[in-house]
Write a protein that binds this ligand. Structure first.
Ligand code: ACM
Ligand code: ZN
Length: 565
């Protein structure tokens, strides 16, 4: 009996000890983790976090770490500025070029800017990085390693972690055109992204179904263009509507607030104004910009609309420059997304203004094989109309370049010929991306069958909310993607691939909880492709690491799909 009691006590002690113990089996997996599970540093209430006071960003990272440790474990740490003896220390590495007398800063690669080392030994926790972004990624690593517990101390096994991301562009798109999401939710979305090491928030701000970006010079654009009279219920082709007006847009002040919130989490916001297709909400406000003159309703249902901006009307370019000008004022992003997808040319073929412009520019159809042509607007390959779209892209590219920005477009921008510096976002598979990389253009891979988060994640449709149901994008599918497409690209060409992005379209996603359900845990799977080297990837191992991350999702109030396929 006594022996049984002792055994029970030992079990309870072992359990409580392990419940308060960190482990480094996190998502995404760091590049190198050398752990010694026989020795521990005990993180306890009242211990200090030292940071370099000279830099406001370091203070913020220290504050994040303090908040996260408390959130996960209940342990309360104190910020102690540059106290060398503090057990937790955030330190920036000062670089100087070797052999140079002057302390000229060394050029870091984008990956090095986010790299860090995290050491736990008898002295405590030392995080060091070249830039605050690296300190932030390290703090997230420590956060994800912590047990979710409530106590006064936590045991951290000794470890040496060396980490840096594989890709410089690790993105997620949220479509706020089909459905409007609050600023508060977008901040939660950004927190979820930061947790997974993502660094690019692609904000899809305009759609046929709603214009969401305030343009001060054109006040009616957001006021009137953001509101549709009704929304289709269920399959779009059934044309059954709810008859409830739906709207919402972001003021420039709110956009700046989002940009700041994202930047504090080392996320860049890539805004998208989708043109010249997907513009029916703008045509509703400015029918003179359409080929037929309208009237045009803000679209109440989903699909590819044939009403697009008129490519031959000079006012179209004036309009676009006004919009992109204000967009650049609000968003400091080096990349500006111009959309370019799904622009049927039916109207342009018959429009006198479009045809006159084609003639004026001397554009003629060419018999050139265009990758990715699929009947959704670029079906005519290098047609004169597709070349007219490239002409508009060229004008906007020059405009953006004058503001120091690069243009990103969906892979349809290949059809009429790529503009000089365009970055291609490959969504209709990888073909467009491969073709662009072969032309030495930068590419972001976002192939629908691997990256469309609006699609179901489980085979059994009955187990999940209704979504875009033509194919399944499971965690394992997302995980299996290799962005460098080694069978088709040489090493040099694959250097053009900036990264991988998941897209959360929202035709069928109207509520924050549903959006999070679509996002998680698939973003976990995607983050390993974005962050880890291919040889580290192991889906079974990923699944084994997921329960720990889900506990943190719970703690953060993030809804997720509880099954993984
Ligand atoms: C897209 O899905 N139309 C980019
Ligand atoms: Zn026209």
């Amino acid at each position: 009996m006594k022996q049984l009691g002792l055994l029970l006590l030992a079990c309870i002690l072992a359990f409580s000890a392990s419940a308060q113990r960190a482990n480094y089996n996190i998502i995404p997996l760091p590049k190198e983790v050398k752990v010694d599970t026989t020795q521990f540093f005990t993180l306890a209430n009242g211990m200090g976090i030292a940071y370099d006071e000279s830099d406001a960003e370091n203070i913020r990272v220290a504050q994040f770490l303090q908040e996260w440790v408390k959130q996960a474990t209940g342990v309360e740490l104190q910020l102690t500025a540059a106290d060398k003896k503090a057990p937790i220390c955030l330190s920036l590495i000062v670089l100087a070029k070797k052999g140079k007398k002057s302390k000229q800063p060394v050029e870091l690669t984008e990956q090095q800017k986010e790299s860090y080392t995290l050491t736990v030994n008898k002295e405590g926790v030392l995080i060091s990085a070249y830039e605050p972004a690296g300190l932030f990624r390290a703090a997230q690593t420590l956060r994800k390693s912590l047990p979710i517990a409530k106590g006064k101390s936590v045991e951290l096994p000794y470890v040496q972690i060396t980490d840096q991301p594989r890709f410089t562009y690790r993105g997620v798109l949220l479509d706020c055109g089909r459905h409007f999401f609050s600023v508060e939710f977008i901040k939660q979305f950004l927190d979820a992204m930061a947790l997974h090491g993502c660094n690019q928030f692609h904000w899809h701000l305009t759609e046929d179904q709603g214009w969401r970006f305030e343009v001060k010079a054109l006040p009616d654009l957001a006021k009137k263009g953001s509101v549709r009279e009704k929304t289709v219920i269920g399959p779009s082709r059934m044309r059954i509507y709810d008859n409830i007006p739906y709207g919402g847009y972001y003021t420039q002040e709110e956009c700046r607030d989002i940009v700041k919130y994202a930047a504090e989490r080392y996320i860049n916001v890539v805004p998208e104004i989708d043109m010249p297709g997907h513009m029916q909400s703008a045509l509703h406000v400015f029918p003179n910009l359409g080929c037929t003159g309208g009237p045009y309703p803000v679209a109440p249902h989903w699909g590819v609309m044939r009403e697009v901006l008129c490519g031959g009307n000079p006012q179209t370019l004036d309009f676009l420059k006004t919009v992109f000008g204000e967009l650049c004022d609000v968003f400091p992003s080096p990349y500006i997304h111009i959309g370019g997808d799904e622009c049927p040319k039916e109207r342009w073929q018959k429009c006198a203004k479009c045809q006159a412009k084609i003639k004026e520019l001397g554009l003629t159809a060419e018999n050139v094989q265009v990758e990715g042509s699929d009947g959704r607007g670029s079906q005519d390959g290098r047609s004169a109309e597709n070349k007219l779209q490239s002409y508009i892209n060229h004008e906007i590219e020059q405009f953006l370049a004058s503001k120091g920005r690069s243009l990103i477009g969906w892979d349809e921008i290949l059809a009429g010929g790529l503009t000089e510096d365009a970055i291609v976002m490959s969504w209709r598979g990888t073909k467009g991306g491969v073709a662009a990389a072969k032309l030495n253009h930068r590419v972001i891979m976002s192939p629908n069958v691997f990256a469309y988060l609006d699609h179901p994640q489980l085979k059994d449709y009955g187990k999940q909310p209704r979504t875009t149901d033509s194919y399944i994008v499971s965690c394992s599918k997302i995980y299996s993607f290799e962005p460098l497409v080694p069978d088709e690209l040489t090493k040099e060409q694959s250097d053009c691939i900036l990264g991988y992005q998941g897209n959360l379209w929202t035709e069928q996603v109207a509520y924050p909880e549903h959006a999070l359900y679509q996002l998680l845990p698939r973003l976990g799977a995607m983050s390993e492709v974005q962050w880890c080297n291919p040889e580290q990837k192991d889906f079974e191992n990923f699944k084994a690491r997921l329960p720990q991350l889900k506990k943190l999702y719970d703690k953060m109030g993030l809804v997720y799909c509880n099954e993984v396929e």
